[in-house]
Structure formats: structure tokens, C-alpha cells
Design a protein around this ligand. Structure first.
Ligand SMILES: O=C(O)CC[C@@H](O)C(=O)O
Ligand SMILES: [Zn+2]
Length: 553
């Protein structure tokens, strides 16, 4: 094996028959895994954290609502209705009287300053932009209820907003909807150290919750690249998947209860902490993944798994996608319950994280890379299992080269290669994003197909994602947004996915950008039922309009 990079010395390389295994607790590396930009956001949130730790509200500076800050000097984002064919629905517009009413409900937390509003009107990918004139920052569900009661009466449209880290334009207004931020609803309500059940307000930042439960020897059941900014309420509203899905499953299983404020201001309190409850319909499931269109999630009860005692990460280079699949099969079969992540990325992803973020490839250049993580309770046992698997995949030629970290910093370096692909892509130009569920054996075929179809019109066509969950992140970059390129991608990508009986949104939701493609993954009867449900819960359609569902014919 060649020594390809300067940082090689800090890794123990894997060689068939001569492996050294070191155990590194990934949980404690999570902070370091944040990219510089995420970290920047995180430090911008220092004031929020002060409050979270019990400081008086007066020291808390308002407004911290972005995942990525605007790249200085970057051009203004085009207004959404200028780029996409969408008509404003006949909602009222915010009047001076409305502002006065809001001020009565949440004194000092009604923001109309255009500079502050600018941030919350644009998605972090800088692809869609609304023109809301007011941002509301309630602290309690009672305040959310009073705000919605007023908006409902006045027929004012509302855009619920968490950390604004969404990928499909769901978290920003399309026109002038009132922005209802959960940023100040960031209190932990209770934590039970036997059951691991956490109850908290919707605006708690995922990374802060992770730290909170880790101090008590638990972990959050989900982890995302956006953890430094995203809110747990937003995670639940989009049914976010992320990096721990393979092991801990969907939020549909780990969320035990929700408190939701309905469109007319009614508070629905289903904030139970019961593992088993078969009394009637499971209403919380309706709001998980509803992207703020059926109600505003104000509090969450979620079960946290115990913190694993031993975590190992291996980063491997594979000669082809067939070998990636066989490596996955081997890991699944032999690592069993300790396998906690199986992520993959192609060579173009590696090139982009090198070019834009100056991250170094720790292994020999390969067509594909995989990141394998194990989490278990017995260090020796887990190490032995992983060592055996890695020896096997190296000896059989499924893996060309591999590396394992020896400490937290190096674990962080390995995870960064995968977690920061999104960031590298956003520095490459305009990004067309597709988040698809596909049969795992066909997962990469679409990437190959699109490279041929798009030719030089695309800068890069890359494939990466949660292979262990059958989830492909297909991203296409170009110098700038182009209708022509969009036309070459859509509906082609959706039709291709539907042919495989896949899903056009595996974990990012539909938001504004994908609402019209729901029919590729759901039959007309299901779409109609969803529209009827929306009409029943939000008859005036004020909650996150223009999102998730296609307009009714
Ligand atoms: O940017 C994307 O397309 C994927 C983002 C996220 O879901 C990930 O898995 O890194
Ligand atoms: Zn993902």
C-alpha cells in the first residue's frame, strides 16, 4: 500500500493480516465533527446557550436562525415566485393592527427589522427566498396558541421555522407568510435517567440535546450534519433520518409523544412518555413528517438509547459499487447488532471535499469509499468482530485500502469526509439535490446514467449517502441555476425512481421544491386522503402553504 497523504502517520492502516485496532468513542467526538461553518453557527448560538443554561432572558440576544451564514459578496437569491410558477393565495397581509396584537402576545419578540428578516427569508442553500415582513419568537406553547388563534381569525399565512436547515425549501416563506420561529422554545422539560426518555421544547438545538443526554450516559437517537443548528421540532416535523437511522431507526419509532398547536390555536397535548399505548389512533404520527402543514410542534417526548461504551470507525476504499454492496453484506452479516453506520461516497465526492474544504483522503484513491461504524458495549468483543470482518474484505479484494482512527480527533476526520460533502457541494456552484430511496443494488445506476445524460451541462454528478438504509443522495452541480438543466433532470429522476418503486424523498421531505412530485411515490388515493386531512385540520390552509402537498385540482 502506498503512503498517499501527509496525515497517514496519524492513522493505523489496515493491511490484510496486519491490523491494529483502536477503540474510539465517537460520541465524544461529535462536537469536533462539526464543520467550521457549522461551528461558526454554533458559536453564534452562544447567547442561546446561555439562556438554555438558565441565564436571564434579558442577556439573550435575539435572532440566530441560520445554519450557514451568507457568503459575503454572494449575489442576492432570486425571489421564489420569480423562479418557480407559484401564485400567492388570497391570505390577508400583515397590518399595523396585527403587529400590535402580536406585540401584546409576545412583547419585545416581534421582529420587523429588514436585516434580521433577510436571514430567515432565505434557505441556507440560498435557492429560495420569501419576503415576509415579520418574525415572531414565542417562548411557550400558550404563546404559539394565541398567535395562531389570531392568524387563523385574520386569515394570515404562517411559516413555522426551526433551525432553517432544510433541503427542500420547506422552512422559509414563499411569499409574505408570518415566520413563527421556535428558536426561543429551547428548554428541556424532563429527562428520566432509567428509561432515557427526554421531554423538551421544540426549539432545542439537536447538538445541545446530544450534549445534555451524553452527560447522563445516553445519546440522541438521531444525528445529522446540521446538528449545530437544527431544532428537534424541525427534525420531527421533517421526520429527519440522518446518520444513526441504521441502528436506532426512524423518529416514527423513537418519538413517544408530541405537543402540537393546531391551525386555529387549539393545543393538542399528546406529550406522553409511554412506550406502549394502543388507545385509538396514533395521532402524533400525522404530525411527524408533516413539515408544519398540519400543526406546529411545540414539544417532543423522545426515547434516547444508552451511550455505547465502544465505538469504532473504519474508512475503506472499494474498487467498484458491486464491492461496496458485498462489503455491506459482509458487515451486516458479521457485525450484526453492533453495526451502527454504513455510509458510502463516490470518488467525485472525495475530490470535492479535497478541492473545497481541503480535507485529505486518508486511503488510496478508489472509485468508492465506505465508512463503517460499530457501537457496542464490549470493547474487546467489538474490536475482534470488526478486525475479522476487515481482514476478510481486504483479503477477498472487496476493499483496496482502509484506515481506522486511533483517537477522537481522527474519528472526527474520518466522519468529516462524509458529513461535509453537502458543504463542499454548496461551494461548487448551484446544487440540484435529490434524496432517493432505491433498491440497494440499483442505488448507483442512476448516477452513472445521469453523467451520460447531462454531459458537460453539469459540473459534477455525485452519489453518496446512507447505503445501509437504501438512501442515495444524488447531487448535481452547475455554475448557476438553469431551467434547461432542471428540465433534463426532472421529471427524469423521479420517473426513474418510480420505475424502481423507490421514494422521491427518503429523508428530506417534500417542502416547496418537491411537493408536485408526491404522486411518483404515492397513489392518487393516498394523495387525495392527505389533502382531505390537511383540509380537516387546517381548513383555511394557513399553515406552511405551498408546501408538501400538490394544490388540489
Ligand atoms: O446534501 C444532501 O443532499 C444530503 C444531506 C444529508 O442528508 C446527508 O446525509 O449528508
Ligand atoms: Zn442524509
Amino acid at each position: 500500500m502506498r503512503n498517499l497523504c501527509a496525515c497517514r502517520a496519524v492513522f493505523f492502516r489496515l493491511r490484510a493480516g496486519a491490523m491494529v485496532l483502536h477503540l474510539v468513542p465517537r460520541w465524544s467526538a461529535s462536537l469536533f465533527r462539526a464543520s467550521p461553518r457549522w461551528k461558526k453557527t454554533y458559536s453564534q448560538r452562544a447567547s442561546a446557550q446561555l439562556k438554555w443554561l438558565g441565564c436571564p432572558r434579558s442577556v439573550y440576544s435575539p435572532l440566530a436562525c441560520r445554519a450557514y451564514s451568507k457568503v459575503s459578496g454572494s449575489p442576492e437569491v432570486m425571489l421564489t415566485p420569480e423562479r418557480y410558477p407559484v401564485q400567492r393565495l388570497p391570505f390577508s397581509t400583515v397590518s399595523e393592527e396585527d403587529l400590535a396584537a402580536f406585540e401584546c402576545i409576545i412583547p419585545g419578540r416581534v421582529i420587523t427589522d429588514p436585516e434580521q428578516l433577510q436571514t430567515c427569508n432565505v434557505d441556507w442553500l440560498r435557492t429560495v427566498r420569501g419576503c415576509s415582513k415579520v418574525l415572531l419568537r414565542p417562548q411557550t406553547s400558550e404563546e404559539v396558541s394565541q398567535i395562531l388563534r389570531h392568524c387563523y381569525k385574520r386569515n394570515l399565512a404562517v411559516n413555522p421555522q426551526g433551525g432553517n436547515t432544510g433541503m427542500v425549501g420547506g422552512s422559509v416563506p414563499v411569499f409574505d407568510e408570518v415566520i413563527l420561529s421556535t428558536a426561543l422554545m429551547n428548554q428541556v422539560i424532563s429527562f428520566h435517567d432509567v428509561s432515557g426518555i427526554l421531554v423538551c421544547q421544540a426549539g432545542c438545538v439537536l447538538e445541545e440535546l446530544s450534549r445534555y443526554v451524553q452527560e447522563r450516559d445516553f445519546i440522541m437517537p438521531l444525528d445529522l450534519g446540521a446538528k449545530g443548528s437544527c431544532h428537534i421540532g424541525g427534525n420531527v416535523a421533517t421526520n429527519a433520518g440522518g446518520l444513526r437511522f441504521l441502528r436506532y431507526g426512524s423518529l416514527r419509532g423513537t418519538v413517544l409523544g408530541l405537543e402540537v398547536v393546531l391551525a386555529d390555536g387549539t393545543i393538542l397535548n399528546c406529550l406522553t412518555s409511554l412506550r406502549k399505548d394502543n388507545t385509538g389512533y396514533d395521532l402524533k404520527q400525522m404530525f411527524i413528517g408533516s413539515e408544519g402543514t398540519l400543526g406546529v410542534i411545540t414539544a417532543v417526548s423522545i426515547v434516547c438509547p444508552p451511550r455505547p461504551k465502544a465505538v469504532n470507525v473504519a474508512f475503506l476504499g472499494c474498487p467498484g459499487f458491486t464491492e461496496v454492496l458485498q462489503t455491506f453484506r459482509t458487515c451486516k452479516g458479521q457485525l450484526g447488532e453492533i453495526l451502527s453506520a454504513f455510509e458510502f461516497m463516490d470518488a467525485e465526492c472525495m475530490q470535492l471535499v479535497g478541492q473545497h474544504l481541503h480535507l485529505t483522503n486518508p486511503v488510496q484513491e478508489s472509485p468508492f469509499y465506505v465508512l463503517v461504524e460499530t457501537s457496542g458495549s464490549s470493547a474487546g468483543h467489538d474490536a475482534e468482530k470488526l478486525t475479522n470482518v476487515l481482514e476478510q474484505v481486504l483479503n477477498s479484494g472487496l476493499v483496496i485500502d482502509g484506515t481506522m482512527a486511533t483517537d477522537q480527533r481522527k474519528v472526527q476526520m474520518l466522519w468529516a469526509l462524509r458529513e461535509r460533502i453537502t458543504e463542499a457541494l454548496s461551494r461548487d456552484g448551484y446544487v440540484f439535490k435529490y434524496d432517493l430511496s432505491l433498491p440497494v443494488e440499483r442505488l448507483y445506476d442512476l448516477v452513472i446514467d445521469l453523467r451520460t445524460r447531462l454531459g458537460p451541462r453539469a459540473k459534477h454528478v455525485v452519489g453518496y449517502g446512507h447505503l445501509g438504509d437504501g438512501n442515495l443522495h444524488l447531487n448535481v452541480t452547475a455554475e448557476a441555476f438553469s431551467q434547461e438543466l432542471l428540465g433534463a433532470l426532472e421529471p427524469y429522476v423521479y420517473a426513474w425512481t418510480a420505475e424502481q418503486r423507490g421514494s422521491v424523498s427518503a429523508e428530506h421531505g417534500l417542502g416547496f421544491k418537491k411537493k408536485n412530485v408526491l404522486g411518483y411515490s404515492k397513489p392518487p388515493v393516498a394523495v387525495k386522503l392527505m389533502q382531505q386531512l390537511k383540509a380537516m385540520l387546517d381548513p383555511k390552509g394557513i399553515l406552511n402553504p405551498y408546501k408538501t402537498l400538490p394544490a388540489r385540482a
